[in-house]
Design a protein around this ligand. Structure first.
Ligand code: ATP
Length: 203
């Protein structure tokens, strides 16, 4: 029997994509032994208002630069093309139509994972993907495991792993750019060059 294709799905604002994102999704891709990993930048973010949100075309371009040359990672612009609020349930339904035989794994950081029950149409999310989570602070995974227990009672399949946490956020990157500080340890070289060339996040 041919093994089922496994696909990691990693959504975010990616304003900009940074080394913390890449570390998280690479770690899960390895742990789960996925065949492909899709990075899907949002159109209009449903979970937060960002005043210095770079245009979708720029966020998409930086995602593409961050994984250039990889044969595991693909950047998918379906949420940007769809427009409006980017609902994960709609994205997963679309992916299930595109890849009906594949098993989907939704990769989340702690802040996303612990609000999942409140997401739009969470039952659809739970029915279409296994939810994977890692901590986003140095306190370990106890809290995440507790939350996973609650989600499982609602029908979710969950995988929580103690992936070492890199203390980086997009907010931190944007602030450093504004303050003319070095961002070379925070984002891939090509993403840094794109930010500088296109004068992003200066205000
Ligand atoms: P911002 O600072 O603008 O809020 P962000 O750094 O949180 O952005 P998002 O694009 O909102 O980035 O996050 C996408 C996903 O990546 C979320 O699930 C988030 O929890 C996760 N994530 C972001 N940074 C890290 C990190 N350093 N370690 C683990 N997970 C992370």
């Amino acid at each position: 029997m041919t093994p089922v294709e496994k696909i990691a799905v990693f959504g975010g604002t990616f304003n900009p994509i940074h080394n913390g994102h890449l570390h998280l999704v690479k770690s899960f891709a390895e742990i789960l032994q996925v065949n492909r990993a899709l990075i899907i930048p949002t159109g209009t973010p449903p979970h937060k208002q960002v005043h210095d949100l770079a245009p979708a075309a720029d966020r998409l371009a930086m995602c593409r630069l961050a994984v250039a040359g990889s044969n595991l990672f693909e950047i998918d612009d379906m949420e940007i093309r769809r427009g409006g609020a980017s609902y994960t349930s709609v994205t997963l339904k679309q992916l299930k139509t595109l890849y009906p035989e594949s098993e989907l794994f939704l990769i989340t950081g702690e802040d996303m994972f612990t609000t999942l029950a409140d997401w739009h149409d969470s039952q659809t999310i739970f029915s279409l993907a296994t939810i994977c989570a890692a901590p986003r602070n140095k306190d370990g995974i106890t809290h995440l495991l507790q939350y996973a227990g609650q989600l499982r009672k609602q029908g979710a399949k969950t995988i929580v792993k103690p992936v070492p946490y890199l203390p980086i956020s997009s907010t931190m990157v944007r602030k450093a750019v504004r303050e003319e500080k070095d961002i070379s340890g925070l984002v891939p070289v090509a993403v840094e060059a794109y930010i500088r060339t296109n004068k992003l996040y200066l205000r």
